[in-house]
Structure formats: structure tokens, C-alpha cells
Design a protein around this ligand. Structure first.
Ligand SMILES: [Zn+2]
Ligand SMILES: [Zn+2]
Length: 394
């Protein structure tokens, strides 16, 4: 259990996480880390099975703690169909021809993968009332430690409740070998924390929202660390990969501690959520979460910079001013790492902003601007700036 006393209004934070292991060779320690469990079910997809799943199963078998496993098809989506597949295959289905008859259940669910495998492991564990853990295969997104899973159903995507992982295991030997776009996505998701935390501060000052300074500062420190070593991403240095994963742990733990997603997400996540829904509705493969978050983050930073130049509110100017250096450095990192900007359709960009505004009851720069009838002008300006290759001096 992670816990801490805090000076914020909540006074005390706790999260049902037992252990985070981020090191080289962590995979071989899985049986040791999960020593309290004896019937472990392993979930992976076709890619992550090759990368780490098969090796984890071998380790568990050797330790006599393996139960069963299931391999999802390549690039799975978080759908009811996939969740159903997992339930059917929790126990070898042909071992008992009556699916409704009693069959033993695992005592632990271990996901081996990243985004969707983690999400489906969390939901499976929640429905089975079992603990779960994740063996991360890519430092690509910030959802490892979260308590909710995005799920596609009835034509939409909503975050539904699941278990928080008990264990997060990241073997740096595997994480550093993730495809480059997944590494880019990871750092993109971390640089999005600057706008997420600034939005949180904005909500504290202009909406009187709850805010935890300790957690916000921890997240910013973790983002700074990623920014400092960002250039090492191209050489896949274990240091930057560890920085990114640690950043996800800090923001994920922040979410678990506060019971809200403020420590990890602001307007940038709202834009990217709408873009993802847009692509899914068109039957297209969504972009990697962190890649879209990076693009949306640069747009939100652009909007904040303009607000900084134009506002007459001294407090707001000071607040944004504290972030400008990080904004500039994020922009430089995005260029140096050749971050793709996949959403360049003007209508789609604007849809992200206008629908993002109504996505959930969360005060961000979009809401601040909208209250002052400035949103349209800022949104169009940011969209044109993005489409034009982010050229004008900010
Ligand atoms: Zn606090
Ligand atoms: Zn994210």
C-alpha cells in the first residue's frame, strides 16, 4: 500500500498499489514479486506474447505458479468482444464442455503489454474480484497505474471502473526495445503533464477546484526529468525510458491518491480523446494515445502563450509565465525527436476543441476562454498554426 500524509484538503492519500519494479532483468523476478499468488493467469496479445509473454509464462511454469494464459489478436481494442474472449478462455474451454459448470479461477491476473492489454486485465480482474498486475512492454502511455479503463461500447468510448494494479513491473531491457513511435508516444504523454497541471492550477484559481500542490509539483518534477533527458530517446537510453516510466508512476499514483485524473490530464487529453473517437467512428485505426496527446499539448501551449501575451490579468500572467520555459523546451524536444503530428484536418482539430469542451465537467483553458467568448478565435488560431507547421513565432 502506498500512502502519505498531505497538506492538501484531502489530508491523506493512499493507493492500493503494492510494488513498482522498474529495472533491467525485472522479468526474471516476476515469480518472486508475485510470491503470494499460485494460480496466475497471463494475458497478452500476439505482439506482447512474443516480446515478453512467453518468457513470463516460462518463468511462472518453472516456479509452479502458472494457471493459464490467453493471447489476444494483434492490436486489440478494448471491446466487449475481447473481454468476453478472455472470460471464455480463463480456463481451457475444452476441458469442460459445459461453460457454465464450475471451473477453477485464477488467483491473480497478470497482463503483459501496454495500453489495451492493461485495460482488459484491469477489467477482467475487477469482474472476477481478483488482484491484477501489469508487466509493461512499452513506455508508451500513462494508464498503467490508473483505476479506470477506456472501453468501447454502444458506439462510444467511456472510462469504466476497474481495479488499480497491485504490481507494475517494467523490465528496462524490454522497454528500451519498444518501437520508436511508442517511445515517442510515451514522452508525448509526459510532456502533456505541463498543460495538465497548468489547467489544474487554472481551475484552482478561477473555479475554486480542489488542488494538491505536493502531487502537482511531483508530476512537474517528473516531466522536467523527461524533458532534460529527452534527446536520449533516439539512442533508446535506459535512463530516459526509466524517466518516462517513473513519470507515469508519479502521475498514475497521483490519480490513485486524489481519486481524479487531474494529475495526468487536462485539455490536451480532452482534444485527443475526441480525435480518437472520430477515427474510430470512421473505422480507422486510432493513433497512439501519447502521439495525439503531444500534438494536442503543443496546441494548448500555443493557446496559453497567446493568452499570456493578451491577458490584462496580472495573476494569470504570472501563473502562465511560470510555465513558458517548459513550453519552449517541449517544443524543441518535439522537433528534435521528430514527433509526428497526425491530425492535420482543420475540421477534425476544431472538433477536438469544441467537443472536448463538453466532454466532462472539468475546467481547463478551453472553459476559461469560452467564458470570455474567446474560444473560437483561439481555437482557429491554434488549428491554423498546427496545420501551417507550427511556424509563426509563438
Ligand atoms: Zn495532497
Ligand atoms: Zn495520457
Amino acid at each position: 500500500m502506498y500512502e502519505m500524509k498531505c497538506s492538501c484538503a484531502q489530508g491523506y492519500h493512499k493507493a492500493a498499489l503494492e510494488q513498482i519494479v522498474l529495472e533491467s532483468g525485472a522479468l526474471a523476478k516476476v515469480p518472486d514479486i508475485l510470491k503470494d499468488y499460485h494460480q496466475i493467469f497471463v494475458l497478452s496479445d500476439e505482439t506482447t506474447y512474443q516480446v515478453a509473454g512467453a518468457a513470463v509464462i516460462e518463468e511462472l511454469q518453472a516456479a509452479g505458479r502458472y494457471f493459464h494464459h490467453y493471447v489476444l489478436k494483434k492490436d486489440p481494442l478494448p471491446t466487449p468482444e475481447n473481454l468476453g474472449e478472455i472470460f471464455v478462455h480463463l480456463y481451457p474451454p475444452l476441458a469442460n464442455t459445459d461453460l457454465c459448470a464450475f471451473s477453477p479461477l485464477p488467483d491473480f491476473i497478470l497482463g503483459v503489454g501496454s495500453g489495451v492489454v492493461n485495460d482488459l486485465s484491469r477489467l477482467t480482474a475487477f469482474r472476477l474480484n481478483r488482484p491484477y498486475g501489469i508487466c509493461a512492454t512499452a513506455p508508451s502511455m500513462d494508464g498503467y497505474a490508473s483505476g479506470g479503463s477506456p472501453f468501447l461500447f454502444d458506439g462510444t468510448k467511456a472510462t469504466i471502473k476497474g481495479n488499480t494494479p497491485r504490481y507494475i513491473i517494467g523490465d528496462l531491457d524490454i522497454l528500451t526495445q519498444a518501437p520508436y513511435d511508442m517511445l515517442q508516444a510515451g514522452i508525448g504523454d509526459m510532456l502533456g503533464k505541463y498543460t495538465a497541471i497548468l489547467d489544474w492550477e487554472l481551475a484552482r484559481d478561477y473555479k475554486d477546484d480542489y488542488y494538491c500542490e505536493t502531487i502537482a509539483k511531483d508530476v512537474l518534477r517528473a516531466a522536467d526529468q523527461c524533458l532534460k533527458n529527452a534527446a536520449q530517446l533516439k539512442s533508446r537510453s535506459p535512463e530516459i525510458v526509466k524517466n518516462v516510466m517513473e513519470g507515469f508512476m508519479v502521475s498514475g499514483l497521483g490519480m490513485a491518491y486524489t481519486g481524479c485524473s487531474r494529475p495526468a490530464s487536462g485539455a490536451e487529453h480532452m482534444f485527443s480523446h475526441i480525435w480518437e473517437l472520430h477515427l474510430l467512428a470512421e473505422g480507422k485505426k486510432p493513433n497512439l494515445h501519447g502521439i495525439e496527446v503531444m500534438e494536442a499539448t503543443l496546441m494548448v501551449m500555443h493557446m496559453y502563450r497567446r493568452l499570456y501575451r493578451e491577458t490584462k490579468d496580472a495573476h494569470l500572467k504570472e501563473l502562465i509565465g511560470g510555465y513558458l520555459e517548459s513550453f519552449d523546451a517541449s517544443m524543441q524536444a518535439a522537433r528534435a525527436l521528430e514527433m509526428p503530428m497526425p491530425v492535420l484536418d482543420r475540421e477534425m482539430i476544431l472538433e477536438g476543441i469544441y467537443k472536448g469542451l463538453k466532454l466532462r465537467d472539468r475546467y481547463t483553458i478551453m472553459h476559461y476562454l469560452n467564458e470570455r467568448r474567446l474560444l473560437e478565435s483561439y481555437a482557429e488560431d491554434a488549428a491554423d498554426w498546427m496545420i501551417g507547421g507550427m511556424k509563426q513565432p509563438a
